[in-house]
Design a protein. Structure first.
Length: 609
């Protein structure tokens, strides 16, 4: 962490770990009131007495025992969790709008979902790992076992699997891992859970800690995190390693449950289990969304525990600096990465470029994009899918066309997705539709993920009729309709002025037990009701979010308060309400609370009168 201090030009002193967090949180509006208390306690606490060395979670640095986590991953943790994003960059006039794809992927995003699962379950080739063998990675295979599971009905799956084994078919870890990977990729968590439960009850696999972690993760996705936490009681003590708690932590983060997430993180420390960079990144990701005032203490703890930052950590910190418009601080972090031998990947460079664009530093953005182009060629095309929407954000239609020509001969699905989004940013709807038609011609069967890109373009341009037709087409083509599609439809109707219709979509999803809508889907609706000053419906959506365990952020409280302000109605007991939820307003929100404080207004009125 020394390099992190250097990134902020911190003067070295004996109290080194006290300055790490300040290095990154400067200009982020982060308060370090509890930092001194924590570091002083930490310096007098032995690692072997972890039970007295909890991570501070309140403004007064009071300590928690067991925490409440996970939900952008996604994860999307969106699955873009965030395409369920309340934590968006400002629009800055059309072409300066930061591309969602260039944000740090959260647990609701597919990218972060994969990153989270791979880290928790330790993807490797080790025979003792319940993971995906390298020889299967990147191949479009439909192994016999996967095909059997896909074709079996829910009711007959156990019988079909028993017959499969009785016929002498192979059921090794490679086959199991590839089948589970295929199911997860298609978000068929229920069927994956059935398969894992069959493996456990029939003892077809000798479970190790990562197998139990995988099982726990699927229970959380299908039945909820509380049931997953109860599953831990069934796991043999010898297998209750950090992998188990990391899986639980990941799912609490995906639901933005800060309290429970912190409890799980502290549980890892209480049990003297290794505190890994993965666990720290999960908590850092959660705090980036909802508790930036706690980032300082987390970074300090990482330094004390000698937890080395990963590339993902640096991306989160770059994003934090970028969001606070601290470009110099962002650039210092990039230099620190290089000093520590961590080279920025394509995603990191794209993230930096996107912050330059939002900050109006187009020259720096163009230089970064040219560097990305210089490293890309026909054999290394990872940069193309980032370059397309970034050039679009700069308003460079010619550069979008030029990059697309480099891909056009044999584009991947991700490149099709990127160019559709890019033309959408530029307002070239006809080009968007042409690219989509070409994609369907080259790839006869595509998942709903790629339909959702077009659906979002229609939403952004308020093309309600076209969006409804596309949604109908998705159903006819057998596409899986999940959280991403619901989120796009919510945006489509809200931007078309039909917020009640958008709300009904989520109601039907919940009532039909079809899945869990994204956090951002609720935020989109709440934001619209707040703009209208519709207190009744704002409160209703707020209550729905609490019922869905979306309790993590200050954003929904700000929006709810905005509804009262817009309606010019007093918000009785709002401070006490927040306090009961362990939410503490900052300066900006305190000002808003004063504006809707009925008692204060009455006192002033009576004093004048």
């Amino acid at each position: 962490m020394l390099a992190l201090r250097r990134a902020a030009n911190i003067t070295r002193s004996p109290s080194t770990h006290r300055f790490v967090a300040r290095a990154f949180c400067a200009n982020l509006g982060v308060k370090n009131s509890n930092l001194k208390h924590f570091t002083e306690r930490a310096s007098h606490t032995d690692r072997g007495h972890a039970s007295t060395n909890h991570f501070p979670c309140g403004r007064s640095a009071t300590c928690l025992a067991i925490r409440n986590l996970c939900s952008q991953s996604g994860a999307n943790t969106d699955l873009r969790q965030e395409r369920g994003k309340v934590d968006k960059f400002a629009d800055n006039e059309g072409n300066k709008q930061l591309l969602i794809e260039q944000e740090i992927p959260d647990d609701e995003s597919e990218a972060d979902e994969a990153e989270a699962v791979d880290n928790v379950l330790r993807v490797s080739n080790d025979e003792t790992d319940f993971s995906i063998s390298k020889k299967f990675e990147g191949k479009y295979l439909k192994p016999p076992l996967f095909k059997v599971i896909m074709e079996a009905s829910w009711e007959s799956l156990s019988t079909v699997l028993n017959i499969w084994v009785e016929e002498g078919n192979s059921l090794g870890r490679d086959e199991i891992s590839v089948a589970l990977h295929g199911l997860r990729k298609r978000q068929l968590y229920g069927k994956a859970l059935q398969f894992v439960e069959w493996l456990e009850t029939t003892k077809r696999l000798n479970f190790v800690d990562h197998d139990y972690a995988y099982h726990l993760d699927l229970i959380a996705k299908v039945h909820g995190v509380e049931k997953a936490e109860r599953y831990i009681r069934r796991i043999p003590e010898s297998f209750k390693t950090e992998a188990i708690y990391e899986a639980l932590l990941t799912n609490y983060v995906s639901t933005n449950n800060i309290k429970k997430a912190e409890e799980v993180f502290n549980k890892i420390r209480d049990l003297s289990l290794p505190v890994t960079i993965f666990s720290c990144n999960r908590l850092l990701l959660l705090y980036k969304r909802h508790r930036r005032n706690k980032i300082a203490d987390l970074l300090t703890m990482m330094e004390k525990e000698n937890v080395k930052p990963s590339l993902f950590t640096y991306k989160l910190l770059i994003d934090l600096k970028g969001r606070s418009h601290d470009i110099a601080g962002m650039e210092n972090i990039i230099e620190t990465m290089k000093m520590n031998g961590v080279e920025p990947d394509v995603a990191a460079r794209a993230l930096v470029a996107s912050h330059y664009i939002v900050g109006g530093l187009n020259d720096k953005a163009e230089k970064t994009l040219k560097e990305m182009e210089g490293e890309a060629d026909s054999n290394n095309r990872n940069a193309f899918k980032s370059l397309l929407p970034l050039y679009a954000a700069l308003g460079r239609a010619d550069d979008v066309k030029r990059i697309w020509k480099l891909c056009e001969e044999n584009p991947t699905l991700d490149e099709f997705s990127a160019v559709i989004e890019a033309w959408g940013k530029l307002g070239h709807v006809e080009e968007v539709e042409n690219a989509f038609v070409t994609m369907l011609k080259r790839h006869k069967k595509v998942s709903s993920v790629y339909y959702n890109v077009l659906l979002n373009v229609y939403a952004n341009h308020k093309l309600l009729t076209k969006g409804k037709e596309l949604a109908k087409r998705m159903g006819e083509n057998g596409c899986r309709i999940g959280p991403l599609t619901w989120d796009a439809l919510v945006k489509l109707y809200v931007k078309a002025g039909e917020v009640e219709k958008a709300e009904s979509i989520l109601q039907k999803v919940v009532q039909g037990k079809k899945g869990r809508p994204l956090y951002g889907s609720y935020v989109t609706i709440l934001e619209e009701y707040a703009k209208r000053g519709d207190i009744h419906n704002s409160e209703k959506i707020f209550r729905c979010m609490k019922m869905m365990d979306y309790l993590g952020g200050m954003a929904q409280y700000k929006l709810l308060l905005e509804a009262y302000k817009k309606a010019e109605k007093p918000a009785y007991g709002f401070r006490e309400r927040m306090r009961s939820d362990n939410m503490y307003p900052g300066k900006q929100m305190l000002t808003q609370l004063e504006e809707v404080d009925a008692f204060k207004k009455r006192y002033i009125s009576e004093s004048i009168g």
